[in-house]
Design a binder for this molecule. Structure first.
Ligand SMILES: Cc1cc2nc3c(=O)[nH]c(=O)nc-3n(C[C@H](O)[C@H](O)[C@H](O)COP(=O)(O)OP(=O)(O)OC[C@H]3O[C@@H](n4cnc5c(N)ncnc54)[C@H](O)[C@@H]3O)c2cc1C
Ligand SMILES: *[C@@H]1O[C@H](CO)[C@@H](O)[C@H](O)[C@H]1NC(C)=O
Ligand SMILES: *[C@@H]1O[C@H](CO)[C@@H](O)[C@H](O)[C@H]1NC(C)=O
Ligand SMILES: *[C@@H]1O[C@H](CO)[C@@H](O)[C@H](O)[C@H]1NC(C)=O
Ligand SMILES: *[C@@H]1O[C@H](CO)[C@@H](O)[C@H](O)[C@H]1NC(C)=O
Ligand SMILES: *[C@@H]1O[C@H](CO)[C@@H](O)[C@H](O)[C@H]1NC(C)=O
Length: 488
């Protein structure tokens, strides 16, 4: 009985300390200024539940004091000033796909859910498009399709716009550069609540840093004005190969990275290890190629892949929204779980593409039962991409001339695994990735990086980014009160 009473006191105690509790007091202030329709406090409501869903599911265990849904940049400004006045923690959530803890989630702080900031427009005169940060790229592409245009963004429809602030790799990148290279003007709410415009003529330093220098660092972007791109029909599909083709496909990927010169041709080469036992039949590994051509006829661009015997070929003509629903429309949802990413970067004029694959496979075989899914994705960065980036002013990565490639490593641990066991398998996974080495002088892709990889420090522009961070976040409000990439 006594313990019951004590427990009850423990549950009620936070109510007593309400006023001095930073999260709830920021929430009360925000509610008094924006009205209760833009704030959700009830943990058991559907909206609260939806807003705390993440691609990396454990982030959903963090319980914000409230969730706020700004609809204007002025709302965002008010929210930041209130969070600051209460000295609360906070998080900014776009599509919720960043797997690093606290990057878009917060425990007891204010969760700023950008989903209601979702206006879009197209100007046929200038061919510029605007989109706000809410929603996912699938919705954004569907909107611009009515004009036969698109914007450079995600390769899967379910991913959010935070992607563009991390650079953003698209199927169109070999033609037009990274998503951030198409930025022409950004509306940004600075950490002190001031609303500014950043472009190549105003706040040029902020514009530079926002092009691939990471979200959640220099302020909150409330509107993107970008160069739109024409779209028509795409030849595209997935080719699936069984284990015996592993080396032939790896060689074809290596050749494509080095030799393909058609910028309309894009690939992702993915190796997947499944939890099924490997009874020496190698049924636990498959290879899925994503082949995408901007136009109805790929010519010979993919011959090196189509000529290898495969189990399945889904290639056909697709619209752009259909292309980003390959292999299946709900890919981002069904791949939710206890996920982490790591990234590597390499040149292809040696055997590094095979070396990393061998290490990855050996690790996968040694750690059977400790993962639900293990995947390794090859993402080529051709010279046409780095040229297109430079032609538009370059980005925060200051990408050296292609060809080179990023490797994205995904580890999904099984549900129910203890935290100690998860930590152990992750640290062993980290050691495996680190053992592959990275090419000197090439940037790690922050969209695929683990926070402990400290990707910004691999950019040749790092000291400039540190200065810009210092200028726009002078009292470390973002640095101290929300998650994000390290500048130290
Ligand atoms: C299934 C899957 C597919 C992917 N495919 C691609 C791909 O094709 N190309 C690619 O480049 N990357 C890809 N990624 C990586 C992806 O770009 C990153 O995970 C990115 O962080 C996702 O952005 P988000 O808005 O969905 O996530 P969030 O976690 O909501 O946001 C990411 C970070 O940006 C910050 N942020 C978001 N919006 C703003 C804003 N308006 N202002 C300031 N900060 C902001 C957030 O605070 C957070 O720290 C993929 C990831 C997954 C899980
Ligand atoms: C409420 O927020 C505003 C900024 O939006 C701030 O100026 C004010 O001091 C805050 N009030 C309290 C009690 O924190
Ligand atoms: C888009 O392209 C289709 C097919 O070529 C064409 O019929 C349609 O008129 C175009 N729409 C616009 C707005 O240009
Ligand atoms: C700024 O960008 C525009 C394209 O939007 C380009 O025409 C112009 O040359 C750029 N100016 C500078 C100073 O880089
Ligand atoms: C296909 O592979 C051959 C080597 O087998 C290579 O010479 C050629 O450049 C490759 N083509 C493409 C588009 O990757
Ligand atoms: C807000 O921050 C910017 C950039 O650091 C600075 O130029 C501006 O003066 C600040 N505004 C206020 C009101 O403090």
């Amino acid at each position: 009985m006594l313990s019951f009473a004590l427990a009850l006191v423990g549950i009620l105690a936070p109510v007593g300390s309400y006023a001095s509790d930073p999260g709830p007091s920021a929430c009360a202030n925000i509610t008094s200024q924006l009205g209760s329709s833009k704030v959700v406090n009830n943990r058991f409501s559907l909206k609260y539940h939806e807003s705390t869903e993440y691609w990396s599911t454990p982030q959903g265990d963090h319980k914000p004091a409230c969730i706020v849904y700004p609809t204007t940049s002025k709302d965002v400004s008010t929210i930041l000033q209130s969070v600051r006045a209460a000295d609360s923690r906070f998080a900014v959530k776009g599509g919720g796909h960043n797997p690093n803890d606290f990057f878009s989630s917060t425990d007891k702080g204010v969760l700023i859910d950008l989903s209601k900031l979702n206006k879009k427009s197209y100007d046929s005169e200038t061919t510029l498009a605007t989109y706000e940060p809410g929603g996912v790229f699938g919705n954004i592409y569907e909107y611009f399709e009515q004009f036969n245009r698109t914007v450079v963004g995600a390769r899967l429809s379910g991913v959010g716009t935070g992607l563009a602030l991390g650079g953003g790799m698209s199927y169109l990148s070999p033609q037009y550069g990274m998503a951030c290279d198409s930025f022409r003007e950004l509306e940004i709410v600075l950490p002190n609540g001031t609303i500014v415009t950043a472009s190549n003529t105003t706040n040029t330093d902020l514009f530079f840093a926002s092009r691939g220098g990471g979200g959640n660092a220099y302020g909150i972007v409330t509107k993107y004005t970008v160069q739109s791109r024409p779209i028509g029909e795409f030849w595209s599909g997935n080719l699936i190969y069984a284990f015996p083709q592993k080396d032939t496909v790896a060689d074809a990927i290596g050749d494509f990275i080095q030799y393909n010169t058609d910028p309309k041709a894009a690939i992702i080469g993915t190796y997947e290890k499944l939890p099924t036992p490997d009874i020496n039949l190698n049924l636990d590994e498959i290879i899925i190629m994503f082949l995408v051509y901007d136009g109805p006829d790929p010519g010979t661009a993919f011959d090196n892949f189509t000529s290898i015997p495969h189990l399945l070929d889904t290639s056909k003509i697709r619209s752009y929204p259909e292309v980003v629903d390959m292999p299946i429309p709900v890919a981002t949802e069904i791949s939710r779980g206890n996920n982490i990413f790591r990234v590597g970067v390499h040149y292809a004029d040696n055997d590094e593409y095979k070396f990393a694959l061998d290490k990855w496979r050996a690790w996968g075989e040694e750690h059977k039962g400790k993962y639900l899914l293990l995947s390794l994705d090859y993402q080529p960065v051709p010279k046409s991409l780095t040229d297109a980036s430079k032609a538009q002013g370059g980005n925060a990565m200051d990408m050296p001339d292609g060809p080179w490639f990023w490797l994205n490593y995904l580890l999904t641990t099984p549900p129910g695994m203890s935290k100690t066991a998860v930590d152990a398998v992750r640290s062993s996974f980290r050691d495996m990735v680190e053992s592959t080495g990275n090419a000197e002088g090439l940037p790690l892709f922050i969209n695929d990086a683990s926070a402990d990889q400290h990707p910004l420090s691999t950019f040749s522009t790092y000291s400039r980014l540190q200065e810009i961070k210092q200028k726009y976040d002078p009292d470390n409000f973002f640095a101290d009160k929300t998650g994000g990439w390290s500048f130290e």
